[in-house]
Design a binder for this molecule. Structure first.
Ligand code: APR
Length: 243
């Protein structure tokens, strides 16, 4: 049980495992491969330079696969706890699927970007909502640049392997952790603990004396860093954890 009182702040980190019960395969469950390419190759600046069309085909498939996908009981349990805690709650997700927002979570930091948003590789127009699955076999180009007589590729608004996470996002986590002080509590859900900086959050919390919980289908590599472990599907475990 994760009991919280008025002195506690709760920082939550989610990974692909929380969306598994909504029908989205996790990266490493899928063997980390897509059409024979490693996901790290496709989801990288070098991969995009090499073959933008291949990368767009990969993300177009991801966009199309979101059709009819809805949040599950795990996402909803986090909405309920946020309603109780208000500003003493922050949800950091590595997922790009938008399901936390769809469930009703409001204080969400999408650390790795958003599948349904694109941005220009050249101009500084703001990233914009884009649900298009580009099926025509042509990589999409920026309309703003085209009107200025230039050709510029669009790209998904995603933080790829080898790219840095927006400084603003990390600053918001640091501000939350500082504000929480000794009342900080931490919960990680459905994440393999392999990808930094997210995987290191548990150590930040430990260094401050905060208690930590992990809900995951199996023991991840960094399981030993947590105080409490609840193994099982997030959609079943999370509602019980907060009951
Ligand atoms: N409930 C809880 N945990 C689950 C469930 C479930 N129903 N199904 C799977 N899991 C666990 C798996 O056991 C695994 O440990 O979720 C974890 C998912 O791990 P990954 O696929 O590695 O996903 P994640 O940790 O989110 O990956 C981190 O790596 O590929 C990059 O940028 C991408 O954001 C991603 C990052």
């Amino acid at each position: 049980m994760l009991n919280l009182d008025a002195s506690n702040h709760l920082l939550v980190l989610t990974g692909a495992g929380i969306s598994a019960e909504s029908g989205i395969p996790t990266f490493r469950d899928a063997g980390g491969l897509w059409e024979g390419n490693s996901v790290e190759d496709v989801a990288s600046p070098a991969g995009f330079l090499r073959d933008p069309l291949l990368v767009w085909r990969f993300y177009s498939e991801r966009r199309a696969a979101m059709e009819g996908v809805t949040p599950n009981a795990g996402h909803r349990a986090l909405v309920d706890v946020e309603r109780q805690l208000g500003d003493r709650f922050l949800l950091v997700t590595q997922n790009i699927d938008g399901l936390h927002g769809a469930a009703g979570s409001e204080r969400v930091l999408e650390l790795h970007g958003t599948l349904m948003r694109s941005r220009c590789t050249v101009c500084d127009r703001a990233p914009f909502e884009d649900r298009t699955a580009y099926r025509a076999g042509v990589a999409p180009m920026c309309g703003v640049c085209r009107r200025a007589g230039k050709d510029a590729l669009l790209r998904p608004d995603i933080v790829w392997f080898g790219e840095t996470i927006a400084a603003g996002a990390l600053a918001r986590i640091a501000e939350f952790v500082d504000r929480a002080g000794a009342g900080l509590r931490y919960l990680a859900v459905g994440t393999s603990g392999l990808v930094y900086p997210a995987a290191g959050l548990v150590d930040v919390v430990r260094a401050r004396g905060g208690r930590s919980w992990l809900v995951n289908a199996e023991r991840p590599v960094n399981a030993g860093s947590f105080d409490e472990l609840a193994l099982g599907p997030a959609g079943q475990v999370l509602p019980q954890l907060f009951a």
